[in-house]
Design a protein around this ligand. Sequence first.
Ligand SMILES: Cc1cc2nc3c(=O)[nH]c(=O)nc-3n(C[C@H](O)[C@H](O)[C@H](O)COP(=O)(O)O)c2cc1C
Length: 249
Amino acid sequence: MACAWSGFYLQTQLKRWMQHIPRRFSCRDFSGPAQMAQKSALHYAAARVCLPHTRIVVQDCEPDMFYPIPFVTTITGARHYAAVIADMAQEDAALWAGISGQAFVLEATSLQMGTCWVAANYRRRDVDIPLTGQEKLLAVIALGIPGDPEGASGRTRKPLKQLCIDDPAHWPLWAYQTAEAVRAAPSAMNRQPWRFSCSGNTMRLGFPRNNLDAGIAVLHAECALRDVPHTWRTSAQRSHWLVQHQGET
Ligand SMILES: Cc1cc2nc3c(=O)[nH]c(=O)nc-3n(C[C@H](O)[C@H](O)[C@H](O)COP(=O)(O)O)c2cc1C
């Protein structure tokens, strides 16, 4: 069965987002609100990037929308946020919301906007968006002009080898590039819950099956795989994903 995201995004979109993966970082210091043109583009992107059963709504907020929590740098100065909403009646709703939300994040990055996924320390009562049926607000994405546009240089990641079950030096280039794109993805508490392996024309991506982190990882993988003929499927126990290269390797 085809995945919901297979062919959903255009190759040109995926290519543009891929170019912005190295520039994206979780921005915690915003210097001001979006300009009018950026704001319109954010609203347009929110409407365009959502997979079925997912909604993204861009709203203005007061700078105190995000409150401090221990061990995490406080988010200051954010003047907008994007609410990421999923219809929980749909299987894999959180996965799809992660894919859609990260497509939005990379689109916002291409508009020179700073972004930060926030699932915990935001004022839920300030989010005034009516939900219908089994819709649930899964997270918000803080938005604004980044205080330091070069903040990506401060990202910390586990070494690739630590995330691999076998030696990536023996993998085909497409698998290596996919793993590196996923490694650059943001994750809750920077846990980086990814595991990779590759054998022949099949790459195995181990990550939580149905949550935002998993969806974010899938979107980054799709950006890297945009020119590669491939199919996605889940393992029998649905514990990990398999990406199969369909052409000559
Ligand atoms: C699903 C998700 C939820 C997150 N929730 C929070 C949060 O509640 N508060 C916060 O300050 N950061 C949150 N973050 C941001 C992560 O801490 C951040 O992405 C991670 O440290 C990696 O940052 P980097 O991409 O800049 O390297 C969240 C990120 C993700 C992907």
